[in-house]
Ligand binder design. Structure first.
Ligand code: AHR
Length: 512
């Protein structure tokens, strides 16, 4: 009997020091986490398209289907990519889609003025992109040229991609190009960063332009409705959101965009791998700012749209550092470390928790650019730590968000602090609950005590992503340096869950 008490006492001592607490309300879910929160973004920039997705139909060394890499397709399907934004970015407002359709030998070239003045031969265009999305099982999100295009050009693109066969000269052109049936493209962006590279417009001016362009973008019928996304604010530009909500007629838009990058300082971004703890800490401050940005932009939207019919689409987010030494500065090629896994895990938790308003997010960018999930070098491929977070978190796609309250320890650096732990939870269609957790503290193990209200769970299992050092990454020489493994530092006792997360780690738990 005495022995029994000692064992209980020791167990209590192990976990009594836990200062991080979470209360999960398993029976209080009401909002669905739109799978498009796990969306991606591909621009004609550096080696995102050429060398990343597309290696050309005549490539005999890299296995491909119609020029699209098979290794990339397999990896993205496993990750469950739901939606892909294309062709930019800043590139989108210089892009004329008709240059990228029809026989390749007859497609005119252009200069990619935003990204290194390289020649764009238009060999990867609308048909290639939309066929690729079908192969991936991902919804396409086309970013229309509002900055230097015309309402006619955008209206024609809608017809070419979404209208039924035989209904206009555009659909005849599509048929001639080998595709009689439409791709039913639903998601449309009207310009990109209209406040900057998309035309340096004021919010008021853009709102008027938006109305003009949107007028000529016609859905074919009610079953095939277009989902129109206005070019949104940068970071904390709340005036932009206010003006668009005020001036865009409700029937003419479905979502506002928002762009926020986790950058330390635009003039001095710092290295992607060999960074200091100070640089890590500042990056995480910028990443966690997403909570405030989403909250404040949503509050403005609530004023005009209390029923939350309009979505917030965070259609560019992620870490942005100096390019890898020796690479073209305009190509934005950067390695991807555990720091990036921390950004991804934390931002996805924020989006999940705000899924009543955030219905889409697109990580910038998918391959070989900024916070990529895939890096390629000729025939070689790496899945980055960010890829693994996206894959681990895909259990949340289209699941019901479960609310939780969280009290976290501080991660202290110098005189500054940030919350060490962040989390989100959901219940999928089979009734299985998942909790995703990030320990952003670079140095300390965090013990977390979770109270599970409103459900009786019988078992728990989990996976963890961690590394020896925050600066670690997957290289072409060591591609599996960081991969998810089974997580065993978790105990379920009645409605109490106790877990111990190593410093700088991401965990996803499954409760049944
Ligand atoms: O993702 C790189 C660039 O960042 C995009 O082209 C632009 O929209 C943003 O400024």
């Amino acid at each position: 009997m005495r022995k029994y008490f000692i064992v209980i006492g020791l167990a209590a001592a192990c976990f009594s020091s836990a200062q991080n607490t979470i209360v999960l309300y398993a029976d209080k879910g009401k909002d669905i986490i739109n799978k498009n929160i796990y969306g991606h973004f591909a621009e004609h920039l550096g080696h995102c398209i050429y060398g990343g997705f597309y290696v050309g139909e005549n490539n005999k060394t890299i296995p491909n289907k119609d020029g699209i890499r098979l290794d990339v397709i397999a990896a993205l399907k496993k990750m469950k990519i739901p939606v892909l934004r294309w062709p930019g970015g800043c590139f989108a407002d210089t892009y004329h889609w008709k240059d990228g359709v029809g026989p390749k030998a007859q497609r005119p070239s252009m200069l990619n003025v935003w990204w290194g003045n390289v020649k764009e031969d238009n060999s990867f265009g609308t048909n290639e992109f939309l066929n690729m999305c079908e192969e991936l099982g991902a919804e396409p999100y086309l970013s229309g040229n509002v900055g230097s295009g015309s309402p006619q050009e955008l209206s024609d693109w809608v017809k070419y991609t979404a209208h039924p066969n035989g209904s206009s000269p555009m659909t005849d052109m599509r048929e001639k190009n080998g595709r009689p049936e439409p791709w039913h493209v639903k998601y449309w962006g009207l310009g990109n960063e209209a406040w900057g590279c998309g035309g340096n417009m004021t919010a008021e001016f853009y709102a008027n332009i938006y109305r003009q362009y949107a007028t000529f973008m016609t859905s074919w019928n009610n079953n095939d409705k277009l989902f129109r996304i206005a070019s949104g604010a940068s970071d904390g530009d709340y005036h932009w959101t206010e003006v668009l909500m005020r001036d865009l007629p409700a029937g003419m838009f479905d979502a506002l965009g928002l762009h926020h990058y986790s950058v330390i300082n635009w003039g001095k971004k710092g290295p992607a791998t060999n960074f200091t703890e100070q640089e890590y800490f500042t990056t995480m401050k910028r990443a966690l700012l997403m909570e405030e940005l989403v909250t404040k932009h949503s509050a403005i939207m609530d004023k005009y749209d209390p029923q939350k019919k309009k979505a917030l689409a965070v259609d560019e987010w992620g870490g942005w550092y100096d390019v890898e030494p020796g690479t073209n500065e305009a190509f934005l090629f950067q390695q991807n470390t555990m720091r990036d896994a921390m950004i991804a895990g934390s931002n996805l938790n924020i989006f999940n928790n705000h899924c009543d308003r955030v219905k889409m997010a697109n990580l910038a960018q998918i391959i070989n650019v900024l916070q990529a999930v895939i890096l390629t070098k000729d025939e070689k491929i790496i899945l980055t730590p960010t890829y693994h977070v996206m894959e681990m978190y895909n259990v949340h796609q289209d699941a019901m968000m479960l609310p939780l309250t969280l009290t976290s320890n501080n991660y202290v650096f110098g005189k500054d602090t940030l919350k060490a732990v962040n989390a989100s939870a959901s219940k999928d269609k089979y009734g299985v609950t998942h909790i995703s957790l990030v320990n952003a503290d670079a140095n300390k193990v965090q013990e977390i005590a979770i109270t599970l209200n409103g459900a009786n769970y019988q078992s728990v299992s989990g996976r963890i992503l961690k590394a020896d050092k925050m600066q670690d990454y997957n290289s072409f020489e060591n591609p599996d340096n960081i991969v998810p493994v089974v997580f065993s530092e978790v105990k379920l006792n009645g409605n109490k869950l106790t877990i111990k997360m190593p410093a700088a780690s991401v965990v996803v738990l499954e409760l049944k």
